[in-house]
Design a protein around this ligand. Structure first.
Ligand code: CTP
Ligand code: MN
Ligand code: MN
Length: 513
């Protein structure tokens, strides 16, 4: 292709119709008809027709062209064609053939109506609007209704790969980009709609364009099939195995569970349990299972400390139908009564045979002077917490009459346990392993803990970033500290925390960033 600048320019102001120069009636309107899809002979015919009516219709594209007329082309197609030619003048009008025929009929260039402008997608109705969203995820409402799953799945996979490769910065960048697309009110119909959106970096845009133009991103596809990514996924699927451990094992030639078992690696207690219950733990937990576990935990808590309260947090509180685990927050309306609660709850659950594994960490927040004023609270919270693997009796199809009594059924099921050596292998096993997180918070910190444990992880990260950079505050799952006023801001509800942060309240179901 000859670059535009070097193209021979047809003189303007006069047109050659083959019968000698004819003065153009409309010197400020210089037309060019795109041959693409129109065809050579129709283009020649329409050009002649226009010229006879006094329109200046150019044979070749030049910088003097003000209107590009095309037929059955989308805006993208014409823009792409123009780019390929080296670009037209910046404000050239891209119009549909209907404007041209209307003008010929009228004998002059008619006003440009919406229907005359090229549509972004053929037959897609009115021109699609450019999207606009605020830049922090905590300023946006992100429901579970995602209109751009193809794009967000791709970006999430790259985020996951970055996180598994110890490249957290890149991981967050992809997560932010995916979160912006999740917040859009409809499916992206053209790349031009994305201009002006925040958090879409060069890399993410490249991935989106690749999918847009080729149906798939080569980077995503090659990551999916890469031996390293597959091994990282399999190995970190073991409860208790993080990216660092998985990476070390891979460097030692361990890529799957079989190789791990034969490697003689020493596994800690969590990893042993994780390996033993691998299939169960990697099968999503359903909402019904979460509710069954909620009943069990409720029973445990009220048995050991009447008046104590539990609330389902994490993804299920945000309305998800499945999750990788079940998260609970436990508190007591009287400050201090929650002290020592976790060991009692765990003992109760253990005595009833509900725990396959548990590890409790003590509350280190109150003890730690480092968390006092003057030092921003750390992102890691220090609540008393229990990471566990529950033994959840399989829910038989229960009739409505006894469905209120899940706990009783579970207790009975657990009591008739004559366990085989290898529990997961038993064909008629009547239970399954489920990951459960329990956290205990004093009532004075409950709102912060609830907000911090409801997620999503990106939403939480963005809340803290907003607090820090927009408000000069430090937010954790324990407290909110105002660095300027040098004081803690108290809150007894999530609404109050959003208000302290100068943010509109976003309910849990809209925190799915
Ligand atoms: N969380 C935390 N500290 C941890 C682990 C988790 O504060 N060490 C918080 C996360 O920030 C998140 C919430 O606990 O807000 C739930 O985390 P998690 O269970 O990992 O994610 P979910 O959103 O519940 O997703 P899923 O449904 O897959 O469990
Ligand atoms: Mn969870
Ligand atoms: Mn969790």
């Amino acid at each position: 292709m000859v670059p535009l600048k070097r193209r021979k320019l047809v003189p303007t102001g006069a047109v050659n119709t083959g019968t000698g120069p004819v003065r153009t009636k409309f010197p400020h309107v210089v037309l060019f008809l795109l041959e693409r899809k129109m065809g050579t002979s129709r283009r020649a015919f329409l050009s002649q027709l226009g010229r006879r009516k006094g329109f200046q219709v150019e044979q070749v594209l030049s910088e003097s062209v003000t209107h590009i007329i095309s037929e059955s082309n989308t805006r993208e197609e014409v823009t792409a064609w123009l780019d390929f030619q080296g670009g037209g003048q910046a404000d050239v009008l891209l119009l549909d053939i209907s404007w041209y025929t209307d003008s010929i009929r009228a004998g002059h260039p008619v006003d440009i109506l919406d229907r005359h402008r090229l549509q972004d997608l053929q037959g897609s109705g009115p021109e699609v609007a450019v999207f606009s969203v605020p830049s922090y995820a905590c300023q946006r409402r992100t429901t579970l209704e995602n209109h751009n799953t193809v794009l967000t799945d791709a970006l999430s996979l790259l985020a996951e790969n970055a996180e598994l490769s110890d490249e957290d910065g890149r991981g967050v960048a992809f997560r932010r980009a995916a979160a912006v697309l999740k917040a859009l009110p409809s499916a992206v119909m053209s790349i031009s709609q994305l201009s002006g959106l925040p958090c879409l970096g060069e890399h993410s845009l490249r991935v989106i364009k690749d999918i847009w133009e080729n149906g798939a991103s080569s980077e995503v596809e090659s990551t999916k099939v890469s031996e390293r990514f597959k091994a990282l996924k399999v190995l970190t699927g073991i409860f208790g195995v993080g990216a660092k451990t998985a990476d070390r094992w891979i460097r030692e030639g361990i890529h799957d569970l079989h190789q791990l078992q034969n490697s003689g690696q020493t596994l800690n207690r969590a990893q042993q349990a994780g390996l033993q219950h691998y299939d169960d733990i990697n099968q999503p937990v359903t909402k019904a299972e979460a509710c069954a576990i909620e009943e069990i935990v409720e029973k445990a808590v009220s048995s050991v400390l009447p008046g104590a309260q539990i609330i389902l947090t994490g993804g299920f509180r945000r309305g998800k139908q499945t999750g990788h685990d079940v998260d609970f927050l436990i508190t007591h309306p009287e400050e201090g009564r929650e002290v020592g609660l976790m060991p009692k709850v765990v003992s109760w659950l253990e005595a009833q045979g509900f725990l396959l594994y548990q590890k409790t960490t003590r509350n280190s927040y109150l003890e730690s002077k480092a968390d006092g004023p003057g030092r921003p609270p750390s992102n890691m919270d220090r609540f008393e917490r229990c990471l566990s693997i529950f033994k959840l009796p399989k829910m038989e199809k229960q009739g409505a009459k006894d469905s209120q009594n899940v706990t009783e059924n579970c207790l009975q099921a657990n009591q008739k346990s004559d366990e085989p050596e290898c529990p997961e292998a038993a064909p008629d096993r009547r239970w399954r392993a489920v990951r459960v997180d329990l956290v205990v918070s004093p009532i004075s910190q409950f709102a912060f803990a609830l907000l911090g444990w409801t997620g999503s992880k990106l939403f939480e990260r963005e809340l803290r970033r907003w607090a820090r950079y927009e408000k000069g505050m430090s937010l954790s799952s324990h407290a909110l500290y105002d660095n300027n006023q040098r004081k803690y801001l108290r809150a007894s509800s999530e609404e109050e925390i959003f208000a302290h942060l100068g943010l509109e309240f976003i309910p849990p179901s809209e925190r799915n960033a």
